[in-house]
Each structure stands twice: as structure tokens, then as C-alpha cells.
Design a protein around this ligand. Structure first.
Ligand code: ATP
Ligand code: MG
Length: 566
């Protein structure tokens, strides 16, 4: 490809509406342009990078035995009503009507469509298992589209769905997909971790997110420094350093005035006690009734864990009136002592001694509160993991890292096959619901995540497998006929050898061309200049690491080939 002919509008300035490095660089490198919030044009350079990711995904999915299909983006509401998600999904689902006033949505995910496809075609256990995937455009009306391709409203996803007669078969495919995803992200040269993820209503440990480690990641991950344990902070378990209560205290409970001091910070500053010496009491409304939750003052309650501990289908922080009804006090003064509702305490509370808690009356707290002696809660792990917590699997320590979720695998069980009556006949001729799994990869997000991990002050540093071009040829001065002749010859030779080459044939200053080369980040640059040519030499420069070598003109193509294929 000739730079002069390519729609490759590089920008010198960083666009003001870009927030993260990948978005800035994709804009500056002429890869993407915004059409509307979360909706982008992919320019040739952008599309080439995205196609590289797609290619790897497709190869590995095919190798894993999955079959590619293509489903429609516009989906009739009937299917979503059958599964119950038409009402559940909320505003991310973009709904529309056709000329006959029939309701449709733009597919944000395709469990309904594929379950419908399979229930029409599959009758017997003999036709199972099946794994069907597509690489297709999704639409989710995200509340905060941002970060370019990372969180778009319209974006390309690889979504796969598997169908099984038995649980064992579904578990095997889950493992197969786990390994396939690992290979895909390794081939994309990403530094990532597979982390245990929240499964929502379905439960079990059958969901992993594949997280690319990057400071700009929107998710927090707790990862062990000794073993392979890693989990989304939403679900990371915590090994309490010491969960056995010590000898009980003989100090008596005492009420103290705390006028207008409601928050942990205010109370701890006022009483000159560290937040870790306070018990934080939060009142929750749940489908299992009203509960008071207790965590150590310096920790945060984790609502997902609370939901699981209560086996509740929803939990919601009580409003002023609810708190008042449960404690008889305004918000900010709740405490466990004397409270008549269900108490659920985090494990960290069990070992607290002479703690401070709310007095259940206005402007007062009590000190010298001792769990066990002064109140008897149920205990459960209901707090967020923090840096330095003990690993739940080994003696190691957890650290908190930021991650970008690029993939998600999930064992669905019979959620959709049950609600949509997708069944098969087993060996005994009995009708059973099909067992399902689903597996997604954000294609554009993966390309963006690669840039988050591979860039410097000058631009993108593409890893070879995702690079839009293998090699860039830069004639320093296109007014010099000798330079142009050699550059054209090398360009033709490389193309002949099956290498995807960009020739910067623009009549621009060398500085401009080098800046753009660094910005767009092609792994290898071959620079052809008059001075080197006189000695029969050209320069090869690697974008990653910056290594430069002068090689004989006649050997340049062979050396470049060795680099690209190596
Ligand atoms: P997130 O928590 O980031 O919103 P999700 O849990 O909604 O992601 P899934 O429904 O599991 O995502 O979708 C599968 C994959 O699709 C994700 O792992 C991610 O890589 C990608 N993806 C999801 N939402 C977006 C988006 N708005 N823009 C780009 N890619 C997305
Ligand atoms: Mg989402």
C-alpha cells in the first residue's frame, strides 16, 4: 500500500475528547473517527488491526471445533419476551419498530436467537454437542460510552454458544474454551489473567473473565502473588489473617456524644480512633427482609457477596425512612447493639475488640463494643478484598490490579433452554432441556487493549500478530531518483514475498515521515537514504526496542523476511 494513496489521516495533536491512550493513539494514527457517542468509523488502518484480531479468533475457534454462523443484528421482540429479558434488560437494549408497528431490538447479545435456531434443528442427543460462533456487530446503549472502541455502543463481538446433552460435556467445553481463549490472547501478545468472575443469578464457579492488565482498566482484580488465584474484586474471596476471637474485654460499653458525626471519617476524626476501630453498620432492604450489615470501618461492603450470603435475589441500601424504621435513629448512627433485626457481619468484625459503633440514637455512638459479648451476628465474607489481604487458596498475599475485560466465558446451564423450551431426546427417549455455555470476546476492545499495553511517548508499538502492516518502507527523499528506485524495488520484492508493506512515498520531510512511522507503530521500518545507499546499505529499525542495523541493500529483503516471520 502506498501512503500517498491511503486514507491515513494522522494527527499531530492529541484530540481533546479522548480520555485514554489507546483512544488517543487510534485517533492520531488515523484508525478511527467518531460518528456519534460510542459509534465509530473504522478507517483502513483501524480495520486492518481489527481484522488481525478477528483472524486469530476465527482460527482458534475453528481449531477448537466451533462452527461459524452469522445471526441478524435486528431481532424480533418475541424471542426476548420468551426468555423474559425484554422486560429485564433495561435501557441498554435499543428497541425499535418496523413499518407494521412490530417491535424489534438491536441484538446486544444473542442467546435468544441461537437458542431459537438450535431448538428448531436439534432433536436428539446424537446431534449434540455443538458449539456455534459468530463475529458480528452488537449494539448496547451503554450509559457512558467512552474510551473509543473500548466501550462503544456499537461494537464487534465474537460470541459463541455451546449446546450439550450432559453436564460433563458442558464442563469439558468450558475447559476447551478456557484453553482456546488463553491461546487467543497469548497469540495477541497480551499480558492477561483469567479471573474468577461474578456469575450473577446462576451461581457456581463457572465464569471466568479474561482481563488484560492495564492501569486504565475499568475492573479491579485481586491476584495472588504466589499462586494462580485471581478474581474480580466483585467476587474475590478473602482469607482473614486471624478469625478466632481473642479473650473478651472487661471494658464496659459507654455512650459518647458525636453531634452530627455520621460518616466513618467524621466519627474517627472526632473520637481520634482509626477507621479500623469502628464498626460500619449499613441497613439493607432485601427480598429476604431487612438486614443490618456490619464491616470494619476501613473496609467496603460488597453487595454481590451479601446477596450470595443471604441467598437473596436483590439487595438495596435502605433509604432514610427504612433506616429510621429499623434503628429508630437518623442515618449515620446505626449500630449492632440492641438492634432487633437480622445482623450479618463480615468475618473481619469477629476479631474486633473495644470497637466503636452507632448507638441507634441521634448524635451518639457507643465505645468498647465487643462482638459475641454485646451482639451475636451471623458471620460471612461480605467485604471487598483489598491490597495485602490473604489469598484464599494459599499463604500468599493478594494485590489489586486494574484490568480490561476482553473475554468472558460462562456456563449458562438451562437458563435459556428452559425458558425457551429448547430440548432434546436423550438415549432413553426422554425429553430434557439442552445444557448451554456462552463465550464472548470484544474484538475492537482487544485491539484497543493491545495499544494500552504496547505504546510509548511517540505512538503505538504493534506486536507483530496484530500489526496492520508487517513492514514500512521509508524513502527519505523522494526527490532523489536513486532513493525512489531502490525503495520501489524493495517494496515490490517484499510484496512478492507475501509481506504486507506500507511504502511512505509522500513528498514530506524525513522528520514528518519518521514521526508518523513511530505513531502508527509498524514493527519494522526500512529506511532508504542517499548516504547509506552510496555504500550499498539500507537501515532496518525495529519499532519495539528501537534496535537499528545497517544491512547490505541486497540482503535487506531476506533480513526483513526473517524478522517478520521470526
Ligand atoms: P462490561 O462489564 O465491560 O460492560 P460485559 O460483562 O457487559 O462487559 P459481556 O456481555 O460478557 O460483557 O460481553 C462479552 C465481551 O464483549 C466482553 O468481555 C467485552 O470484551 C466485550 N464488550 C462488552 N461490552 C462492550 C462495549 N460496550 N464495547 C466494546 N466491547 C464490549
Ligand atoms: Mg456491559
Amino acid at each position: 500500500m502506498r501512503f500517498s494513496r491511503m486514507l491515513l489521516p494522522t494527527l499531530k495533536e492529541t484530540p481533546s475528547d479522548a480520555d485514554v491512550v489507546s483512544q488517543k493513539l487510534m485517533m492520531r494514527a488515523g484508525m478511527i473517527r467518531k460518528v456519534a457517542a460510542g459509534i465509530y468509523n473504522l478507517l483502513p488502518m483501524g480495520l486492518k488491526a481489527v481484522r488481525k484480531v478477528e483472524g486469530i479468533v476465527r482460527e482458534e475457534m475453528d481449531r477448537a471445533g466451533a462452527q461459524e454462523v452469522l445471526m441478524p443484528m435486528v431481532v424480533p421482540s418475541e424471542l426476548w419476551k420468551e426468555s423474559g429479558r425484554w422486560d429485564e434488560y433495561g435501557k441498554e437494549l435499543l428497541r425499535l419498530k418496523d413499518r407494521h408497528d412490530r417491535e424489534f431490538c438491536l441484538g446486544p447479545t444473542h442467546e435468544e436467537v441461537i437458542t431459537d435456531m438450535v431448538r428448531r434443528e436439534v432433536r436428539s442427543y446424537r446431534e449434540l454437542p455443538l458449539n456455534l460462533y459468530q463475529i458480528q456487530t452488537k449494539f448496547r446503549d451503554e450509559i457512558r460510552p467512552r474510551f473509543g472502541l473500548m466501550r462503544g455502543r456499537e461494537f464487534v463481538m465474537k460470541d459463541a454458544y455451546s449446546f450439550h446433552a450432559t453436564d460433563e460435556s458442558a464442563d469439558r467445553e468450558y475447559q476447551n474454551m478456557y484453553e482456546t481463549y488463553t491461546r487467543i490472547f497469548e497469540r495477541c501478545s497480551l499480558e492477561f489473567r483469567a479471573v474468577e468472575a461474578e456469575t450473577g443469578a446462576i451461581g457456581g464457579r463457572f465464569s471466568h473473565e479474561f482481563m488484560v492488565l492495564a492501569e486504565t482498566g475499568e475492573d479491579a482484580i485481586a491476584a495472588c502473588d504466589k499462586c494462580s488465584y485471581a478474581a474480580n474484586v466483585e467476587r474475590a474471596e478473602v482469607r482473614e489473617a486471624d478469625s478466632a476471637p481473642g479473650a473478651s474485654s472487661d471494658k464496659k460499653i459507654e455512650k459518647v456524644n458525636t453531634p452530627g458525626k455520621r460518616t466513618i471519617e467524621e466519627v474517627s476524626a472526632y473520637l481520634r480512633i482509626k477507621p479500623s476501630g469502628l464498626i460500619k453498620t449499613l441497613i439493607y432492604e432485601t427480598d429476604k427482609g431487612t438486614v443490618a450489615t456490619l464491616v470494619r470501618g476501613d473496609y467496603d461492603l460488597n453487595e454481590m457477596k451479601l446477596k450470595r450470603a443471604l441467598d437473596a435475589s436483590w439487595v438495596k441500601l435502605a433509604e432514610e425512612a427504612g433506616v429510621n424504621g429499623a434503628t429508630g435513629a437518623p442515618v449515620g448512627f446505626a449500630g449492632p447493639v440492641g438492634l432487633k433485626i437480622r445482623l450479618v457481619a463480615d468475618l473481619s468484625v469477629r476479631v474486633m475488640k473495644d470497637a466503636v459503633a452507632g448507638a441507634n440514637e441521634s448524635d451518639a455512638h457507643i465505645i468498647n463494643v465487643n462482638p459475641g459479648r454485646d451482639f451475636a451476628p451471623e458471620y460471612a465474607d461480605i467485604r471487598n478484598a483489598v491490597e495485602g489481604d490473604g489469598c484464599p487458596r494459599c499463604r500468599g498475599t493478594l494485590s489489586i490490579k486494574r484490568g480490561i475485560e476482553v473475554g468472558h466465558i460462562f456456563k449458562l446451564g438451562t437458563k435459556y433452554s428452559y425458558s425457551m423450551s429448547a430440548s432434546f431426546l436423550d438415549e432413553g427417549g426422554k425429553e430434557r432441556p439442552i445444557i448451554m455455555g456462552c463465550y464472548g470476546i470484544g474484538v475492537g476492545r482487544t485491539a484497543a487493549a493491545s495499544i494500552e499495553q504496547n505504546h510509548d511517548d511517540y505512538g503505538i508499538i504493534w506486536p507483530k500478530p496484530l500489526a496492520p502492516f508487517d513492514c514500512e518502507v521509508v524513502p527519505v527523499n523522494v526527490k532523489d531518483a536513486g532513493t525512489v528506485a531502490e525503495a520501489e524495488a524493495i517494496y515490490v520484492e517484499l510484496k512478492g514475498a507475501g509481506i504486507d508493506v506500507l511504502l511512505d512515498d509522500r513528498d514530506e520531510r524525513a522528520g514528518v515521515k519518521f514521526k508518523d512511522a513511530d505513531l502508527i507503530g509498524i514493527p519494522l521500518r526500512i529506511t532508504i537514504g542517499e548516504r547509506n545507499l552510496k555504500e550499498g546499505l539500507v537501515e532496518l529499525k525495529e519499532r519495539k526496542g528501537g534496535a537499528v542495523r545497517l544491512v547490505k541493500r541486497d540482503e535487506a529483503v531476506a533480513v526483513a523476511l526473517g524478522f517478520v516471520k521470526g
